[in-house]
Design a protein around this ligand. Structure first.
Ligand code: PHE
Length: 340
């Protein structure tokens, strides 16, 4: 009997496991009710009463030994499987995460805002559904003046006084009427014109209006501001050119061209072989506009400009069809940055 106990003790000590199933095997073999140690306890009943006491003691020790080994085995397997879970190669590339991207028009808008904010301009907003006064009259468009026809307006059928704004210049008016000068603001937003949709025209597009009104603001300020903007936006080698133009709300007025980004002035089909592309309309705020907003033109002067976000985006990314911006074709959109 003693030898049998010793043999099982050795078996217990030598038992090795390297997986969960092995721990269960150990339990069944040694400590379950039908295991070898229970068997020994059964066997002890048939030895003489004198031996029983000593054997009982040895057997109890064996039982304890087996139980503590069982615990140990359980713990070691557990920590091994935990270890396996963290045993990753952290340097392996992950499965690429599919994220969306910024709309190219937003990327241009963010950049324009960034440039002007650094010059002390703040960002203002105004309504897309507007009345005639804010979109035309206050901007010095005389009633029945052909200048109104320059901008193919969408009117609201039941009330011709209400329209979809044709430009962001309405926000100039709202700003100057509601607050006191000086003003230094840019006003990005969507505008609408009743035009047939093609690669070069759309019934809605986006503009950024700029307004700077203070004492002694002159044409040189306008020129320097837009010169700085063009270099920041399109690169330091960009040249700008001002061409005389006409807008009812500015006098004098100028159209702003930049040297063509595609051919750098040599001539190509984007600049129609002129070497220049137009990016904005601008001018000195007409005294009538200031008067309409309750500002004394003898005391304050200012400049304004308006540029098309689509046009600038098309130049930045060599995009040749305006319709791409509103079709939401994922193959087009995913080519732009997902992080700004
Ligand atoms: N509102 C003009 C347009 O839509 C642009 C402009 C804005 C011109 C401000 C001069 C000054 O064409």
């Amino acid at each position: 009997m003693k030898e049998r106990i010793e043999q099982i003790r050795n078996e217990v000590l030598a038992f090795l496991v390297d997986e969960k199933a092995g721990v269960e095997k150990f339990r069944l073999e040694f400590i379950s009710k039908k295991g070898k140690i229970s068997e020994l306890f059964e066997g002890i009943k048939s030895v003489t009463a004198g031996d029983r006491k000593e054997l009982g003691k040895v057997l109890n020790e064996l039982k304890q030994l087996a139980e503590s080994k069982f615990k140990e085995l359980q713990e070691s397997i557990e920590s091994k499987s935990n270890h396996d879970l963290t045993d990753f190669d952290l340097t392996l590339p992950t499965i690429p995460n599919k994220t969306g991207s910024h709309h190219p028009l937003n990327l241009t808008r963010y950049r324009i805002i960034e440039i002007f904010e650094r010059l002390g301009f703040n960002v203002e907003d105004g309504p897309e559904i507007e009345d005639d006064w804010h979109n035309f009259t206050a901007l010095n468009f005389p009633e029945n003046h052909p200048a109104r026809e320059m901008q193919d307006t969408f009117f609201i059928e039941k009330n011709p006084d209400i329209l979809l704004r044709t430009h962001t210049s309405n926000v100039q008016i709202r700003l100057m009427k509601d607050r006191k000068p000086p003003f230094r603001a840019i006003m990005p937003g969507r505008v609408y014109r009743n035009e047939a949709i093609s690669a070069r025209a759309h019934c809605f597009f986006h503009q950024v209006e700029g307004l700077y009104v203070d004492k002694n603001v002159g044409f040189s300020d306008l020129k320097q501001t837009l010169y700085h903007f063009a270099k920041e936006m399109f690169g330091k080698d960009t040249k700008i050119r001002l061409r005389p133009s006409y807008f009812p709300f500015t006098e004098p007025s100028a159209e702003i061209d930049i040297s063509c980004l595609i051919c750098h002035g040599k001539g190509c089909n984007v600049c129609k072989y002129s070497g220049w592309v137009e990016i904005a309309g601008s001018g000195i705020v007409h005294p009538n506009v200031l008067r309409h907003c309750g500002i004394d033109p003898e005391e304050y002067t200012g400049f304004a400009f308006g540029m098309g976000i689509e046009r600038i985006t098309m130049l930045r990314h060599s995009i040749n069809d305006l319709r791409l911006f509103s079709e939401n074709d994922i193959r087009f959109l995913k080519q732009f940055k997902s992080v700004y």
